[in-house]
Design a protein around this ligand. Structure first.
Ligand SMILES: Nc1ncnc2c1ncn2[C@@H]1O[C@H](COP(=O)(O)OP(=O)(O)OP(=O)(O)O)[C@@H](O)[C@H]1O
Length: 340
């Protein structure tokens, strides 16, 4: 069943072109000169009940604008949008009952109150009946040992505990759709894994549709089968993570450690490598940390061993690693037109 449907959705913002200086500010009072920013330029998407979809794109791609339209905060300029069959801006109160949100950067809970009090307030706000409240609190107690945190004021929770509470709180009223924004930001890897497990279990138990926006693509890799990449307000890739990684299956990242001073002349180094091989477009180079040089190449076009030999003939290599291309790199390449 389709839970979210966007058809040719557009959103324009009108922005005042401000004139410079005090005189300019004075002039702006009388003659207003506006320009239009096309933040979302015709998005069409269908997301099914129970799907977890990674929604990614570079800064300014239009992610927040799209999410704000899905949550009913912003009205689209044109196109159609339904969430669980309803138009979010027309049914805001009803829509709010059916969605949940988690922001990694700020809590939805009451900072000074013990955890259990926040859940009781949310129960009132969302009119969760007693039996459902008891059932869900029992589930959260089993899944994340929530009971141990009941009496702790939110301000004393660790970031990881706070995020677990926020995730549980978003599921309290059994929403149909949850928007997760950077749910693991600032957490160490073991806590990230824990939060992802909890999200996955709740998604499977409750068949909640989840839209995950994050710049941490390891969250997407761990949680989503499907990824939607947007750039400049339009979809540039919509499909399975498996397919996108397959498309880049012949890519490898060769990491070599050199004397850090050699990386200072990166442009020269890149020009030398590109000049040496017949398919320079198949080789990308960027400096890593502590003298590591990352060379990503497409093995269908360039032999990794030849690149390694060439670099080895120029510099003493201290260490080598060969890795499959990371999902971060794939998505960055997609933004930069790799699928165009
Ligand atoms: N209220 C606004 N008024 C004018 N322009 C806006 C407004 N909000 C966003 N924009 C512009 O719309 C475009 C899309 O912004 P949006 O915030 O949706 O991108 P984003 O993908 O969420 O970016 P980020 O990852 O940086 O949060 C950008 O060019 C941004 O400057």
């Amino acid at each position: 069943m389709t839970m979210i449907k966007l058809v040719d959705l557009k959103k324009n913002y009108q922005v005042l072109n401000r004139s410079e200086g005090l005189g300019g500010a004075f002039r702006d009072l009388f003659s207003r000169d506006y320009r239009v920013v096309e933040a979302v330029k015709g998005l069409s998407l269908e997301i099914d009940e129970g799907e977890i979809v990674g929604f990614v794109g570079p800064n300014g791609a239009g992610k927040s604008t799209t999410i704000k339209m899905m949550t009913g905060v912003l009205k689209p300029s044109s196109g159609t949008l339904t969430v669980n069959g309803r138009v979010p801006t027309k049914n805001r109160a009803r829509n709010m009952q059916e969605i949940g949100v988690v922001f990694g950067q700020r809590t939805q809970l009451w900072w000074d109150l013990p955890v259990i009090e926040s859940f009781k307030i949310l129960r009132q706000i969302y009119q969760v009946d007693k039996a459902e409240f008891a059932r869900n609190m029992g589930l959260f107690e089993d899944l994340i040992d929530l009971k141990a945190l009941y009496s702790t004021p939110v301000r004393y929770l660790s970031l990881g505990q706070r995020m677990l509470c926020d995730v549980a709180a978003a599921f309290l009223h059994d929403p149909k759709v949850i928007f997760l924004d950077e749910p693991t930001i600032g957490l160490d890897i073991s806590v990230k894994t824990r939060i992802r497990q909890v999200i996955q279990s709740l998604n499977q138990l409750k068949k909640t549709t989840i839209i995950l926006t994050t710049h941490d693509l390891s969250d997407i890799e761990a949680l989503c089968k499907r990824i939607v990449v947007i750039d400049k307000g339009a979809v540039v890739y919509d499909g399975s993570i498996a397919r996108v990684t397959q498309m880049f299956g012949a890519h490898r990242t060769l990491k070599i450690q050199l004397d850090p001073a050699q990386l200072l002349a990166m442009d020269q180094l890149a020009a030398g490598v590109h000049g040496q091989f017949s398919r320079p477009d198949a080789i990308q180079m960027e400096p890593g940390e502590e003298g590591w040089l990352h060379v990503t190449l497409n093995q269908e076009q360039v032999q990794l061993i030849e690149v390694l030999h060439y670099l080895g003939s120029l510099y003493p290599i201290q260490d080598i690693k060969i890795e499959e291309i990371s999902i971060d790199k794939i998505v960055k390449d997609i933004y930069e037109g790799a699928l165009a």
